[in-house]
Design a protein. Structure first.
Length: 559
């Protein structure tokens, strides 16, 4: 009987075998590519997006947000469907996709706002501290903050992070490499309001350069961070940090517009080939000794499910049945305000001040969860978004009064955003839609998601504090966004969780599949709990740590 891999080998033209194929070039994939190619391994990175350079980035709000220039759209052949529970029919998302990420070299590190919070020791052992939470997969991580701390420090210094330690920060072995970015109007007002109600504001750590660093220039304060690429190269994306250094080794190829659709295993259950569609839609194959998935917490799980076979009928690496499950978005909600003086928040970076007084769960609140508050313009720094959503409920959305509001409030508005936990709920998941297909005729990504009641209670509590801060800072007018279940998530966490027990996790503490010995998974999908709303730094710390262990295993001949 011909093995699955042999049948495919006869069908596809094969390229020369490499040591590692990495799927995805974002926050984790870029780090893994640099580290493994520097360690002497041959690496091919398959990235479904194109390679954008500084001159390709635009400040066109309509193109970026409404046409999906980097994120793709249903109209462009990338449909996603959404439902709030498994009992509901899934509906194709017409605007922003429910699993929101960038399709480009550098991944979502290109378009993120670059908030770079570390997690704390409590994030890794909350289950032991707090006990079971009914109806959830609330669990400890198999690693500790202390084990990850050296890799957080590597992120600071090798990616480039600006900041200074705050009063509640976790212990760190080395200071920030760069001072904080200059405080904005929103930061000054946030400090004033936060201190007035007894909180402890601090500088926001940012993966944006406050001074020249490693050959890159400092931020030019254009204001186009959230959702946009940085034409100055001051934002510390893997596009301008890790990937050029990986390619410079001569051992790493970034193969763009390559959409992976299947991982092929041999008769022994090991991956030996990765199948993908090239930019012309032709099926191609890349042979490898080992594969690493770093495609984000949605697409990594989708690819494993697409790779089902007779050998792995429920999907690759899915003997636990948990691939795609325990999706966590992080909970977010905002309070907005207008002040009498012009703030001009459309300039500079998104956020310069945060408060982490409510980071820990307080059982006296009566619900699980914690998080932080930050001061920023959010999407209201962009004219179209401000015209659409920067209007309080008591202002008409048409006519003379509406026009007066837009003219007066655009330069005077700011937001305080609550960033919080998401509990891991098994029914919150990514899966393959049985009815909707993408432009490659593959099953579309289906997202099932409803925030746990504790998550909604947490952001409601934080939003109350946000309103208090804005009022104490002297706002003329304050209003709230409704606290409702989320339907869009830019943080895609938990769908291939890490753990010591193969029955309760997908990968081990070193990101190696429990089931497929030469498969590693390292991106947001590895998270066991969600942290407090800013996961990218932890994703990159995990990637530095994973690369070290993967290289050691490869040198021992284990993969």
């Amino acid at each position: 009987m011909m093995a699955e891999g042999e049948a495919v080998m006869a069908q596809y033209p094969l390229r020369q075998e490499v040591d590692f194929v990495i799927v995805g070039s974002g926050a984790a994939g870029g780090v893994l590519a640099r580290e493994l190619s520097r360690a002497g391994f041959d690496v091919v990175v398959l990235e479904q997006g194109r390679w954008r350079k500084a001159q390709d980035f635009t400040h066109d709000e309509f193109d970026v947000f409404f046409q999906g220039e980097m994120t793709g759209s249903a109209a462009g052949g990338y449909p996603q469907t959404f439902r709030a529970s498994p009992d509901e029919p899934a509906v194709v998302a017409q605007n922003a996709p429910p699993a929101l990420y960038a399709r480009t070299v550098g991944g979502s590190s290109v378009h993120y706002s670059a908030n770079f919070w570390r997690m704390r020791p409590i994030d890794f052992n909350e289950r032991s501290r707090l006990g079971e939470i009914s109806g959830t997969g609330f669990s400890d991580w198999p690693i500790t903050y202390e084990e990850l701390e050296p890799y957080y420090t590597r992120v600071d210094w090798e990616i480039g992070v600006s900041g200074e330690p705050g009063p509640f920060d976790a212990p760190r072995s080395k200071p920030y490499p760069l001072p904080p970015l200059p405080v904005k109007s929103s930061g000054v007002l946030f400090e004033k309001g936060a201190r007035a109600i007894g909180l402890h504001p601090q500088s926001a750590p940012k993966a944006i350069l406050s001074k020249p660093f490693n050959g890159r220039p400092a931020c030019m304060h254009c204001g186009f961070c959230l959702g946009f690429g940085c034409e100055a190269n001051a934002k510390s994306s893997t596009l301008v940090t890790m990937i050029p250094e990986a390619v410079a080794t001569g051992r790493c190829e970034i193969r763009t517009e390559s959409t992976v659709f299947r991982l092929v295993t041999d008769a022994g259950g090991r991956i030996h080939e990765v199948l993908y569609y090239d930019s012309d839609g032709n099926e191609q194959a890349q042979r490898c000794k080992s594969a690493i998935l770093a495609a984000n917490g949605a697409e990594t799980a989708r690819l494993l499910l697409l790779s089902a076979s007779e050998q792995f009928p429920e999907g690759l690496a899915n003997s636990s049945g948990l691939v795609g499950k325990y999706l966590m978005f992080n909970s977010h909600v905002a309070a907005h305000a207008v002040f009498s003086e012009q703030l001009n928040e459309y300039k500079s970076v998104q956020c310069t001040r945060i408060a982490l007084d409510f980071y820990d769960t307080d059982e006296q609140r009566g619900f699980y969860g914690g998080g932080g508050l930050d001061a920023r313009p959010f999407l209201h720094s962009y004219p179209i978004f401000f015209a659409m959503s920067g209007v309080p409920p008591d202002v008409p959305r048409w006519g003379a009064e509406y026009k007066r509001w837009l003219e007066y409030a655009f330069t005077r508005n700011m937001t305080v955003l609550a960033n919080a936990t998401s509990l891991p709920v098994e029914s919150n998941a990514v899966s393959l839609d049985p009815d909707v297909r993408d432009k490659f005729d593959l099953p579309a990504l289906r997202v099932t998601y409803r925030d746990h009641d504790d998550d909604l209670a947490t952001v409601a509590f934080l939003q109350d504090r946000a309103v208090e801060i804005l009022e104490a800072a002297g706002a003329e007018k304050v209003w709230r966004d409704p606290v409702i279940p989320q339907t869009i998530g830019p943080h895609l966490l938990g769908t291939c969780r890490m753990g010591d027990d193969p029955a309760q996790s997908v990968v081990d503490r070193y990101h190696r599949s429990h089931e497929v010995p030469n498969l590693y998974i390292c991106d947001g999908s590895s998270f066991v709990s969600s942290g407090r709303g800013q996961p990218t730094m932890t994703i990159q710390a995990l990637a530095f740590r994973a690369a070290e262990h993967i290289a050691r295993a490869a040198n021992r001949g284990e993969v």
